[in-house]
Write a protein that binds this ligand. Structure first.
Ligand code: LLP
Length: 408
């Protein structure tokens, strides 16, 4: 998102009204990101399932639900959020390597669209639980296509060495095992090779591998209703050049010609990443011996990506100054050297200035923590020029209200 999408006057007003740090989401940017996917898939039976982990805000889930989205969840908690936000359980796919028995029961009760199963053991557990409940569980197997997503190793998931999915060479056998289980119904196949991909090629290669399996399954008498191609499309944080959504989808659709299955996608970052900023204020400017520090009120607990992945987020002054710029380390108040939001940023700053940490809509608030007993920040959504507080800032007392001291 560039700052012109949300006028500075509005960001100043939000910071004054709700305080900083504060995440701000642009409703129009969410809608247009969703529509880019939906439009590119027009003419094909499809479902765009927002990956809830990228940003589980009820206001965001509700925005997508109203546009007809499905949801990709990875926990019972995320399922509860989707339902609370008005999402449709029959459009939910459940991913993740460690689904618990309770989570399976919850999802079966709601009647989700599909369990994206990641191992033979998970198949057996799901078959047993569905049987106990007198239900049939719809399943897809997550296939690991062994394709290099060429992204950060922590967010690359499609290689043989990863914990995700079943190996390509084992998939047929495990599908045949699933076919023998009376309480399962095979409905699809899925894959997800990684996140923040900036090229189309790995997606296309993964799809080739998946389609080869679809044909092998068909030869074995196993037909599928849907193909779930996962998420992973990157966004521009700095100078990356991910393919436009339409081009990425066109490349997939080209390979899908003549295939009748419904197409599912699980985008997270591409739907929300550039629809959000993190507003933060400069607390102190400090000239160090080797470096100058801009100490801001947001920290690694509010936006973990720089500390965890060395990720780059642009940092823009909301009210730019004309005075000469200085090179700053933009850091938070947390007691760790890894607590930085940006290295070597040329900025013209004074204490009290408001900064926008850009492209913070995905994996920002969702990965935040209370480290250093810092309350999680407020979230605001702007629609048609109107700012609404969609999550209150946490109160300090709430942070330890579940705790007890030992009695004497
Ligand atoms: N589907 C599955 C099964 C996933 O594991 C993920 C993300 C997605 C979909 C959505 O991927 P996306 O479209 O957002 O790339 N915390 C990291 C990203 C972790 C992604 C984990 N899985 C970050 O901040 O970069």
């Amino acid at each position: 998102m560039n700052l012109t999408a949300l006028p500075a006057i509005q960001l100043n007003h939000i910071a004054e009204t709700y305080g900083t740090p504060c995440y701000v989401y642009d409703h129009a940017a969410l809608v247009s990101a969703f529509q880019a996917f939906d439009t590119a898939l027009q003419g094909r039976s499809h479902l765009v399932c927002f990956a809830v982990k990228a940003n589980p805000s009820l206001a965001i889930l509700n925005t997508f639900a109203r546009l007809g989205a499905g949801f990709d969840i990875v926990s019972g908690g995320e399922l509860a959020r989707v339902i609370a936000a008005g999402g449709d359980a029959s459009k939910v796919v459940f991913s993740g390597v460690g689904k618990t028995a309770d989570e399976m029961r919850q999802a079966l009760n709601y009647g989700i669209k599909c369990f994206n199963v990641e191992s033979a053991s998970e198949l057996s557990r799901l078959n047993q639980i569905a049987g106990e409940m007198g239900k049939i569980a719809p399943i897809s197997l997550r296939v690991n296509p062994d394709v290099d997503a060429k992204t950060h190793p922590y967010i690359s998931t499609g290689l043989k060495g990863n914990k995700f999915g079943v190996a390509h060479e084992d998939a047929l056998r495990i599908y045949q095992l699933a076919a023998t289980m009376p309480n399962l119904k095979i409905t699809g196949i899925d894959c997800h090779i990684g996140s923040q991909l900036t090229e189309t090629r790995p997606f296309a290669d993964a799809l080739d591998r998946v389609l080869a399996l679809v044909d092998a399954l068909s030869d074995a008498g196993i037909t599928l209703e849907h193909l779930d191609l996962g998420g992973g499309l990157g966004i521009c944080y700095d100078n990356e050049t991910p393919p436009p959504v339409a081009d990425y989808i066109a490349a997939l659709l080209q390979k899908l010609q003549g295939r009748k299955q419904m197409i599912l996608l699980e985008p997270g970052r591409a739907l929300v990443g550039n629809a959000g900023v993190l507003l933060t204020r400069v607390e102190y400017l400090k000239a160090g011996v080797e470096k100058n520090f801009a100490i801001v009120d947001a920290a690694m607990n509010d936006l973990m990506r720089p500390a965890l992945y060395d990720a780059y987020h642009a940092i823009e002054p909301v009210n730019p100054r004309t005075s000469p710029a200085t090179v700053y380390e933009v850091v938070g108040p947390v007691c760790e050297t890894g607590d930085f939001l940006g290295h070597e940023r040329e900025l013209s700053l004074e204490e009290g200035d408001l900064l926008a940490i850009m492209s913070a809509g995905a994996y920002g608030m969702s990965m935040s923590s209370n480290y250093n007993t810092r309350p999680r920040v407020a979230e605001v959504m702007v629609r048609d020029g109107v700012a609404t507080l969609v999550r209150e800032r946490e109160q300090i007392a709430d942070l330890f209200k579940l705790e007890r001291v030992l009695e004497a």
